[in-house]
Design a protein around this ligand. Structure first.
Ligand SMILES: Cc1cc2nc3c(=O)[nH]c(=O)nc-3n(C[C@H](O)[C@H](O)[C@H](O)COP(=O)(O)OP(=O)(O)OC[C@H]3O[C@@H](n4cnc5c(N)ncnc54)[C@H](O)[C@@H]3O)c2cc1C
Length: 436
């Protein structure tokens, strides 16, 4: 006999769980309950005070793009109208930039500051006039592709016989027909000659989590990277505000939110998921559906059981690639805003909220990826600094806050003691690299 009954039971109160819960409650007209193991909802949408009081950081999701939430805004007007301060995105100051070993720098301005991209073209022209012209042409393609990219991102895959919008656009005469088969590394080398611009874009793309040498990924990665350069944003006062807004909307639509309620098992009867069992033994029945937002491995091997799945699918899930996106993500409470030597020649670099401190060698990012994937800790830093100049409420007056990002090896390469040692060593390496 179940202890309670709902139409839909959702396991996990992160971004996916909360947004799905909002839709099922409002548009599905269902009685929905979300079960979250932690003390609050949000999952990767979490912001918290750092180890120094008064500084607030995002521990997972930092960078967002306005297009991530256009469907939420359309379907839930209250997302903006009632909770607009929580869901507001602040455009990062002054796009993205890179500073190289010789203190030269390159900067791509965002569209707010540089709608016709002439300032970006000028920054590129310091290294190559030809690339500045290619950048202007690329912007024409971006204007054509950006809406198609958003449509592609927000829709499920089509049947094999149908062509999606990106395929159709690839036939546009302004678009090089060889690009869809190429990697980002190949597309950038095809388009540009300046190693500074290529290195900046390759490192920018890495923040999207996918290696830049994968064939067939070039166009999608290029669009994603141009997105952070031209329209990068943070959530006002931290990503967790999105979770607050989502929970309020969900509750207003009759939803029930249970925090500190870890789920142990999905209950399966006659081949159908009919409810969940919590770790304290409580059983919750689902009249219509049980939805897991956990990773496929946890769903198949922990929450349910191997016996319920086709062996081929289990084998695919066991072999899912886990090494691509592993990050040393460090949060820094600073006495003052960084003042780079490169600003002597390029003052705007000091205003830039997303700066990469990298080498001019375009191969560096590719080399680092191959090392990481082989289980070797990168020795040369390929560092991103995400600063919060655009959000003064994240740090006390007169101070400054930033997060650094360095990609690293998979979690199982080091044991716990080794990771703790690595954390200390990495912090020192970052300080040294940043000071230089
Ligand atoms: C270091 C890092 C940096 C990132 N940077 C960005 C970024 O800049 N921009 C961006 O858009 N995205 C970023 N992401 C990705 C983003 O955080 C995730 O894509 C997003 O949080 C995934 O949402 P989700 O709902 O699928 O999973 P999660 O947010 O992980 O939510 C799953 C929830 O399920 C709960 N849970 C787990 N097991 C159980 C259980 N047994 N019972 C009950 N509850 C359970 C968890 O506590 C969690 O709250 C980053 C991620 C990381 C790790």
């Amino acid at each position: 006999m179940a202890d309670s009954v709902y139409d839909a039971v959702i396991i996990g109160g992160g971004a996916k769980g909360l947004i799905t819960a909002m839709y099922l409650a409002k548009y599905g007209g269902m009685e929905v309950a979300v079960f979250e193991q932690k003390h609050e909802a949000g999952g990767g949408w979490c912001s918290d005070e750092g180890s120094v009081p008064g500084f607030v950081f995002d521990y997972h999701c930092v960078g967002v793009r306005p297009y991530y939430h256009f469907a939420t805004e359309r379907d839930f007007p209250e997302w903006k109208e009632d909770y607009g301060q929580m869901t507001r995105m602040l455009d990062i100051d002054t796009g993205i930039g890179a500073i190289f070993e010789d203190q030269s720098s390159i900067l791509l301005y965002n569209l707010l500051e540089d709608p016709d991209q002439e300032r970006s073209a000028k920054s590129i022209a310091r290294f190559s006039q030809k690339d500045a012209d290619s950048w202007r042409r690329l912007m024409e393609l971006y204007n054509l592709f950006a809406p198609a990219f958003v449509e592609w991102v927000h829709n499920p895959p089509l049947a094999p016989e149908e062509t999606d919008i990106l395929d159709r656009l690839s036939k546009d005469s302004r678009f090089d027909p060889s690009w869809p088969g190429k990697s980002l590394f190949e597309v950038l080398n095809d388009q540009f000659e300046s190693k500074e611009l290529i290195s900046l874009l390759l490192r920018g793309a890495l923040s999207g989590g996918r290696p830049a040498h994968l064939p067939g990924m070039g166009v999608v990665q290029l669009m994603w990277t141009l997105g952070i350069a031209l329209q990068g944003a943070y959530v006002n006062h931290g990503a967790h505000n999105m979770a607050h807004a989502a929970v309020k909307i969900f509750l207003a639509n009759g939803g029930k939110m249970f925090t500190r309620h870890p789920v142990d098992k999905v209950i399966i009867e006659n081949g159908k998921a009919t409810g969940i069992r919590l770790t304290d033994g409580t059983e919750v029945k689902a009249r219509k559906l049980v939805l897991s937002t956990l990773d496929p491995y946890s769903l198949c091997f922990r929450l349910t059981g191997k016996e319920y799945f086709d062996p081929q699918m289990l084998s695919r899930i066991e072999k899912l690639e886990r090494r691509y996106t592993v990050i040393d993500y460090f949060h820094w409470s600073l006495n003052e805003k960084p003042n780079y030597l490169a600003a002597d020649a390029n003052p705007d670099i000091n205003k830039t909220d997303c700066v990469f401190l990298i080498t001019k060698d375009p191969e560096a990012t590719i080399r680092e990826t191959h090392l990481r994937l082989s289980g070797v800790l990168p020795t040369d830093l390929n560092l991103a600094v995400f600063a919060f100049g655009a959000d003064k409420l994240r740090y006390p007056e007169g101070k400054f806050a930033a997060t650094t990002e360095q990609f690293t090896v998979a979690g199982n390469v080091l044991n716990e003691d080794q990771w703790n040692e690595h954390a200390k060593a990495h912090a020192q390496e970052v300080v040294k690299h940043w000071q230089r």
